[in-house]
Design a protein around this ligand. Structure first.
Ligand SMILES: Nc1ncnc2c1ncn2[C@@H]1O[C@H](COP(=O)(O)OP(=O)(O)OP(=O)(O)O)[C@@H](O)[C@H]1O
Ligand SMILES: [Mg+2]
Length: 332
């Protein structure tokens, strides 16, 4: 099955084929993954304020946003995470770059446990992993010129100290992402959404990272701009040997950019497989449901099964398999 035409990104521009890290070295030995998530969980305390809890005799309430998620990402590979809104994709992204501490489990980057690092090691490591956020309007400081936005990681990590060299590097980065050097003197509001996302990418590349976490980087953009930004990301991956965790709710986008795909449902990964395997032979009924929902122009007239039901409330998840209330195979 292929999420072909009609859904967008594949039409306006031809996307390069997947390069993909195989995780195997030249002597056919498995390589250590660049990133490893070992059974990570994240609980958020969403309890009412202490006084209300005491007066109303309400217990503390914990929301399990991510529950025992494990995966490996090899160098040069793109792992995509897909799933409906609220399933915990952004929380996984934030855990991986250290914006949230994990409640359980551990994250290992290039053999080092993120949680047990000294602050000096942590700063050095943060240079090697960067995040691109969903909303290019909110992720850039509106009061800063593009030159300062892109140069910030260079200054923070002391990659260059000479102002002329820093300026030249900013111009080089802007040109790499398809903007002009003169754009450095403008403010974020003077750009379109797609151009702003290019600025975010230039900024993320400024610290010469190896691993980029991209949290729905194209969902705020229209279809043709999505394709341009995705093309740019693939090209940069090829040039710099980048490793991506790519988060999206759009399976058509995922089909173009990923090597392997993890399908998330209510904080868990329910299926993790290579892109070809997952699109050709989905095993979990939830994956099948998502694939069935992709519009396909070549199959006009064929009735499509809509994604049925609602995502359960994570504060009160169903007993047993959390997918059972929506599962066509569940016996009730
Ligand atoms: N800081 C927080 N405090 C409390 N609950 C949170 C927090 N961040 C996320 N959550 C909850 O955790 C769950 C997962 O949220 P998350 O943002 O990871 O979902 P998502 O898969 O990225 O959704 P979307 O596709 O809408 O971006 C949601 O139920 C959300 O309400
Ligand atoms: Mg999100």
């Amino acid at each position: 099955m292929s999420p072909s035409s009609g859904y967008g990104v594949d039409q306006p521009a031809k996307l390069p084929s997947s390069s993909g890290g195989s995780g195997i070295d030249s002597a056919d030995r498995p390589l250590a993954p660049l990133v490893r998530a070992e059974s990570i969980s994240k609980l958020f305390d969403v309890s009412a304020p202490w006084l209300n809890r005491v007066l109303e005799r309400r217990p503390r309430q914990l929301l399990s946003a991510v529950d025992g998620v494990s995966f490996d990402i090899h160098r040069g590979e793109t792992l995509a995470l897909v799933g409906e809104s609220g399933c915990g994709k952004s929380t996984v992204a934030r855990l991986l770059v250290g914006l949230y501490p994990a409640s359980q489990g551990r994250i290992v980057f290039d053999g080092q446990d993120l949680a047990t690092m000294s602050s000096g090691e942590g700063t050095r490591l943060r240079r090697r992993l960067q995040m691109i956020f969903q909303d290019p309007y909110a992720s850039l400081n509106p009061r800063w010129k593009v030159a300062d936005i892109v140069a910030e990681p260079i200054r923070v990590h002391r990659l260059l100290t000479n102002p002329e060299q820093t300026q030249a590097r900013v111009v080089e980065l802007l040109e790499q992402v398809g903007l002009a050097g003169a754009d450095a003197q403008k403010y974020p509001h003077q750009f379109s959404g797609g151009q702003r996302q290019r600025i975010s990418i230039a900024r993320a590349l400024a610290s010469q990272p190896e691993f980029l976490v991209c949290d729905e980087p194209t969902s705020a953009l229209d279809v043709s701009v999505q394709a341009q930004v995705l093309n740019l990301m693939r090209e940069l991956q090829r040039q710099h040997g980048l490793t991506y965790l790519f988060i999206s709710h759009n399976l058509a986008v995922v089909h173009h950019v990923s090597d392997r795909v993890g399908v998330m449902y209510l904080g868990r990964i329910v299926e993790l497989a290579s892109k070809h395997e997952l699109f050709a032979r989905p095993r979990h009924p939830y994956t099948r449901m998502l694939l069935d929902a992709i519009p396909d122009i070549s199959m006009t007239g064929k009735s499509r099964v809509p994604v049925a039901g609602e995502v359960p409330n994570p504060l009160n998840p169903p007993n047993g398999c959390s997918f059972h209330p929506r599962c066509p195979f569940a016996m009730r």
